[in-house]
Ligand binder design. Structure first.
Ligand code: ADP
Ligand code: MG
Length: 748
């Protein structure tokens, strides 16, 4: 379609921004608005606020300083003036003339030289005057004006977009096809597509400004809903497709039920029963299970997974459990042995990790291949060692392995065999609505209840100087027969690779084992000030002033904790050493375990009641929550002591306060999510999070929930009021948008 203002050259520039069609351009929404109906007066500005001001140019000057030229613009209203400053501002000289009207937008700062206010590097626009054409005046003066991210230099900045989009909207008046059913829009009270597009660019007079800035006008909501609806509809289709494939229909005879009862060491919680019920229902179906088991730290996911694996084994199939770390794999292995000892069948359990010697690996692979090994527990090695199973029935995977891995599990079964069931476990308490979207092609079971008898963990924040008191407290707890963890952000002060110090995401262990194929590159984006140092930057430890596990282990056991049995655990120990230390701690032969975040995930020693974290300000919220989750696992009262260094950033402050305030993993996850944004929270784009044009998963989660429900009901043909023509249009649009927008990872 021909769009005024878009010739071949511009089209090329737009294509570079992924804008290929007129529709793409219409969905390029303003990122903010300027209220030019009621401009702010200079005397009502407050320092610190973001404000948009319309004023007259008084004068400008280019100051040549030693460093960089500074461009200073003075604008005024009556007797009041505002100074605007741009560093390296030579490019601005000649741009402004006294008497012009300009709109500036920026943070209001106090000005040192006078009682006037100033703005540093504000966005600005010279407003049209009588010499400009009528269109421009119409679009930019005396109304709510949209402001756009530039689509290519100064040429395709806001002004160009305003005009082009305005013309485009005029050109398509009455001709924008609706892509959602009328009945649905009416029910949700959302405007039609054309109205929404028009009003989102050119808000009608009287639109509440706050609503515009929050992207919550009916027009915004309509477009956001539309995008989320098609996301959810696509996910729903994926789920349906999996349901059509051939899996294994496991039987749950009385014998199987009896086997499940045999191994239970305690009464399951209501949530555990419900989750197992949902899992087993899936397993009985002839299509492959794709289910996510989500539960906060300590909610008891392990036993549920073991029971599911038992169902597979009782049916004559093999089950595999893939853990994110060797420590955890080993722990699961030991726990499985203990648990399944109670079973009358005594299944054969093997452990396969990367650090086993070649002979052991070969032997284990052979046992798996001939079917002798019924339960296989391991790390990533399960995939890397090209294990071929005899009859794989169920795979339980930790979420960290989800991406790209599920596909490869198909390779682990022999050809012509049915697809194994897959259960993904996640310890991250992802807010439900987000789980629905990120793992939208999985069905969801939630453990929303902790096993009985847990007492809340007392969490305290303590300045580093009070360490002596902390060690006293640790000694007292040990004297009462308890155990403690003391966690440090780095392994050793002087080494140059410190995998554990990878604060930018929450699975530090993956950097340690299995041997990473590609070196992890530091992630771009806004992590810099949140998790201040990357591994490289924080070294050497001496310079950064960070205490390390190795050094503090030495200090503590020869100093304040010399009368206790102090152990050391970190990711650089080899697997045997790790296993020995873990076992000794589990058996109570070690009182205090000095460690890095290797213990973050899943380690389960109920007698440990104290978690001390040094440099707590350096850790992410999810990490702190996971670490705290290592205590409070038994009946005894537990403590989490967050020790901080001298400098704590405002964001770290917020994290620590949240830790002290609440133990609710979901609440902490929400804060984590707002601090880091979905990309970081889930660990990169590769997590399969689609790129949205309009929606924002954090901001729009309520609409996401609605979209999910509506997409399901649409796919089920639930409403008779939706016409055939409407259905056809929805499907056509889905195909189009799904292919273009969401390169979602296949769930296998
Ligand atoms: P997570 O969900 O973090 O993996 P675990 O499965 O490790 O949690 O369970 C945490 C602790 O709670 C373990 O010591 C486990 O034995 C215990 N546990 C789990 N379920 C129950 C239950 N229903 N009653 C009592 N203790 C339980
Ligand atoms: Mg666990």
């Amino acid at each position: 379609m021909y769009v005024r203002g878009v010739g071949p050259r511009v089209a090329e520039m737009l294509a570079a921004k992924d804008i290929q069609t007129a529709e793409d351009l219409l969905y390029h929404l303003p990122f903010r608005y300027e209220d030019r109906q009621n401009p702010r007066s200079l005397d009502e500005l407050q320092t610190g606020e973001m404000a948009s001001v319309i004023a007259e140019v008084r004068g400008s000057i280019l100051l040549r300083t030693r460093k960089a030229p500074i461009f200073e613009l003075t604008v005024g209203q009556g007797r009041l003036a505002l100074k605007c400053i741009w560093f390296n501002g030579s490019y601005l000289s000649g741009k402004f003339h006294a008497g012009q009207t300009v709109a500036v937008y920026g943070r209001v700062e106090p000005s040192r030289s006078s009682s006037n206010l100033k703005m540093i590097q504000p966005q600005f626009e010279v407003l049209p005057d009588a010499s400009d054409d009528a269109d421009t005046r119409l679009l930019e003066v005396g109304r709510i004006t949209p402001v756009y991210e530039s689509l290519g230099g100064a040429r395709l900045a806001s002004r160009w977009q305003r005009k082009t989009i305005f013309n485009l909207l005029e050109g398509v008046r009455g001709a924008v096809p609706e892509c959602l059913p009328k009945e649905l829009l009416a029910r949700l009270d959302l405007p039609d597509r054309e109205t929404a597009l028009r009003e989102v660019h050119y808000p009608p007079e009287g639109t509440p400004f706050a609503q515009l800035q929050a992207a919550s006008t009916p027009a915004h909501r309509r477009l956001i809903f539309e995008e989320l609806f098609f996301l959810e509809l696509g996910l729903e289709l994926k789920r349906r497709r999996v349901r059509k494939r051939t899996g294994i229909a496991f039987a749950t005879s009385d014998k199987v039920r009896e086997a499940l009862r045999e191994v239970l060491p305690f009464h399951p919680t209501v949530a555990q029963k419900r989750a197992l019920g949902e899992i087993v229902t899936d397993m009985r179906k002839p299509s492959p299970m794709r289910r996510l088991l989500q539960g906060d730290v300590g909610s008891g996911k392990t036993i549920v997974a073991f029971q599911a694996m038992l169902v597979a084994m009782e049916n004559g199939y093999q089950a595999a459990l893939m853990a994110p770390t060797e420590i955890l794999a080993t722990q699961h292995f030991l726990a499985a042995r203990k648990l399944l000892e109670r079973s009358s069948r005594k299944p054969r359990i093997v452990l396969l990790t990367g650090s086993l010697d070649e002979d052991r690996k070969r032997q284990t692979r052979a046992q798996i291949n001939c079917g002798e090994a019924q339960l296989v527990i391991g790390t990533h090695a399960l995939i890397e060692e090209k294990v071929e199973f005899d009859r794989l029935g169920l795979v339980v995977v930790d979420e960290q392995h989800r991406f790209g891995v599920l596909q490869r599990f198909k390779l682990m079964k022999k050809p012509n065999q049915a697809e194994p069931d897959v259960l993904v476990m996640t310890a991250t308490p992802i807010p439900r609505t987000l789980a629905l979207s990120l793992y939208g092609d999985l069905d969801l079971s939630v453990l929303d209840e902790l096993p009985p008898g847990r007492t809340p963990i007392v969490t305290r924040r303590v300045a580093g100087e009070r360490a002596e008191e902390v060690w006293d407290f640790v000694r007292k707890q040990v004297a009462q027969g308890r155990q403690a963890y003391i966690v440090y952000p780095v392994i050793e002060g002087s080494k140059d690779d410190q995998p554990e110090l990878d604060f930018s995401h929450d699975e530090p262990e993956t950097a340690i084992e299995p041997p990473p194929k590609k070196p992890k590159t530091a992630r771009k984006g806004k992590t810099a000030d949140l998790f201040p140092k990357t591994a490289q930057e924080a070294n050497p430890g001496a310079k950064s002033g960070l205490k390390s596990a190795v050094e503090m282990h030495e200090k503590l056991r020869s100093g304040p904790l010399s009368d206790l049995r102090v152990g050391l655990l970190h990711g650089r120990l080899d697997a045997d050493e790790k296993e020995i230390i873990m076992r000794r701690f589990q058996r109570g032969e070690i009182d205090v375990l000095v460690a890095t975040t290797v213990i973050e995930v899943g380690v389960d020693v109920p007698n440990a009641t104290v978690m001390v974290v040094e440099h707590a300000e350096r850790f992410g919220l999810a990490q702190l929550h996971q670490l705290r989750g290592r205590v409070g696992r038994g009946e005894a009262k537990s403590y989490c002591i967050l020790m901080t260094g001298p400098r704590v950033s405002p964001l770290a402050e917020e994290r620590l306060n949240a830790m002290v305030r609440t133990q609710d993993g979901f609440e902490l996850a929400e804060l984590d999510l707002t601090q880091r944004g979905p990309g970081e929270f889930f660990g990169t784009r590769q997590a399969g999070l689609p790129e949205f044009r309009v929606a924002n998963l954090v901001r729009d989660r309520q609409l996401l929930e609605v979209a999910k429900i509506e997409a399901e009901s649409f796919a089920n043909n639930a409403s008779a009021q939706v016409t055939e023509a409407e259905r056809t249009r929805v499907w056509a649009r889905l195909k189009d948008s799904w292919q273009r927008r969401y390169g979602l990872v296949e769930a296998g």
